[in-house]
Design a protein around this ligand. Structure first.
Ligand SMILES: [Zn+2]
Length: 297
C-alpha cells in the first residue's frame, strides 16, 4: 500500500485515508438516474453492485488530528461482508503509513451515522467485544442526527440506524453532540447541510493557503458533481442539490479541493465549472488498493 495522498494547505495538512473498497447497489447510489447512464462510468457486477471507496480525510494541524468519518471498519457479520464485499478495513494501515497510531487521533467528526461512515468508530476484538477504535478522540456528531438515529420510529430510518447502539456505546463517554456549525480546531469547521439525512454535516478547511471540503454523501463520487445525480437514500434530494451547488460553486471560485467519500477512482480534486457543469480538474487518484497515487483526473 502506498502512503496516503496529502493536500498541503500551509498550517493544515489533509491526508486522504481510506477504509478500503466495497460494493453497493448502483441503483441505490444514483437514485432517479437510469442505469444506462451510470453504468458506463460505474460498471455494475452480476449483482448490480458498483465499486466504491471509503475516503476518510485526516486533517492535521500541530498536535491535533481530526478524522472525518470512519468507514465501515471490521464490525460486519460474515453475511454482510459478502453483501458489501468489504474486509477488515484499512484506516489503521493508512495511519501507520503516516507514522501515526489510532491514539493520535484527537477528534472524530461523523458526517452522519450510516454504517459506512460510523462503523469504523469501533473495532471488534477477537473476543467479539467492541472497543473504541480511537481511544483518545472526542466524537463530534450533530445532536439532531443522534436523536433520529436513537429514537425514530419510522421503519426506514430504524433500519438505516440499527447498528448505532453497537457503534456508540463504546464511545459514549467521548460523544460531543453539537448543533449547527462548529469550529473543531482553528480553520476547520463542521456545518450542517441536511439533504442525505436531516442533519448531515460536511467539514471545511480554510487557511490563507487554500480551502478543502469533504462533502461526504452530498457529492459521494465524481459522477455526483452533476446536480440531479443523487442517491436514492437521500431524505431530501432537492436540499442535497442546493447544498451541492453552494459548496461546489464556492470551491470552483476559490480553486479549492473537494474530496469524494465513495469514488473508486478519485480521492479528491479541484473542481472547475465548464459549460455550466462542474468537472473534476487536477485530482488525486485512487491506487489499486483503494489508497493513493497522485495524478491527474
Ligand atoms: Zn455513504
Amino acid at each position: 500500500m502506498d502512503a496516503p495522498a496529502k493536500i498541503d494547505l500551509g498550517p493544515v495538512t489533509i491526508a486522504l485515508l481510506t477504509d478500503g473498497f466495497w460494493r453497493n447497489d448502483g441503483g441505490c447510489m444514483f437514485g432517479v438516474v437510469p442505469r444506462e447512464l451510470w453504468r458506463r462510468e460505474h460498471p455494475p457486477d452480476e449483482h448490480n453492485r458498483i465499486r466504491l471507496n471509503l475516503v476518510c480525510p485526516l486533517i492535521i494541524r500541530g498536535n491535533e488530528a481530526v478524522l472525518v468519518d470512519t468507514g465501515i471498519g471490521n464490525r460486519l457479520s460474515d453475511v454482510e461482508r459478502k453483501i458489501f464485499d468489504h474486509g477488515d478495513g484499512w484506516l489503521c494501515d493508512g495511519l501507520e503509513r503516516l507514522g501515526m497510531e489510532p491514539g493520535d487521533v484527537t477528534c472524530v467528526v461523523l458526517s452522519h451515522l450510516h454504517f459506512d461512515h460510523a462503523g469504523g468508530i469501533v473495532r471488534r476484538r477477537p473476543s467479539g467485544r467492541f472497543e473504541a477504535a480511537f481511544a483518545r478522540a472526542r466524537v463530534v456528531v450533530q445532536a439532531g442526527e443522534l436523536e433520529v438515529a436513537r429514537s425514530s420510529r419510522n421503519e426506514r430510518l430504524r433500519a438505516a440506524y440499527r447498528h448505532v447502539p453497537e457503534c456508540l456505546e463504546p464511545v459514549a463517554q467521548r460523544l460531543e453532540p453539537v448543533s449547527g456549525t462548529v469550529e473543531l480546531i482553528p480553520g476547520v469547521r463542521a456545518a450542517v447541510t441536511g439533504g442525505h439525512t436531516y442533519d448531515h454535516q460536511v467539514v471545511r478547511v480554510e487557511t490563507g493557503q487554500g480551502s478543502f471540503v469533504h462533502l461526504a454523501d452530498i457529492v459521494p463520487t465524481r459522477s455526483h458533481l452533476r446536480g440531479p445525480w443523487n442517491q436514492a437514500y437521500d431524505l431530501d434530494a432537492l436540499r442535497t442539490m442546493e447544498e451541492k451547488e453552494r459548496y461546489l460553486s464556492r470551491a470552483s471560485t476559490e480553486n479549492g479541493w473537494v474530496s469524494f467519500a465513495h469514488d473508486d477512482r478519485l480521492l479528491a480534486a479541484r473542481v472547475r465549472r465548464e459549460h455550466g457543469r462542474y468537472q473534476a480538474a487536477e485530482g488525486l487518484l485512487t491506487g489499486e488498493d483503494g489508497a493513493t497515487e497522485p495524478g491527474r483526473a
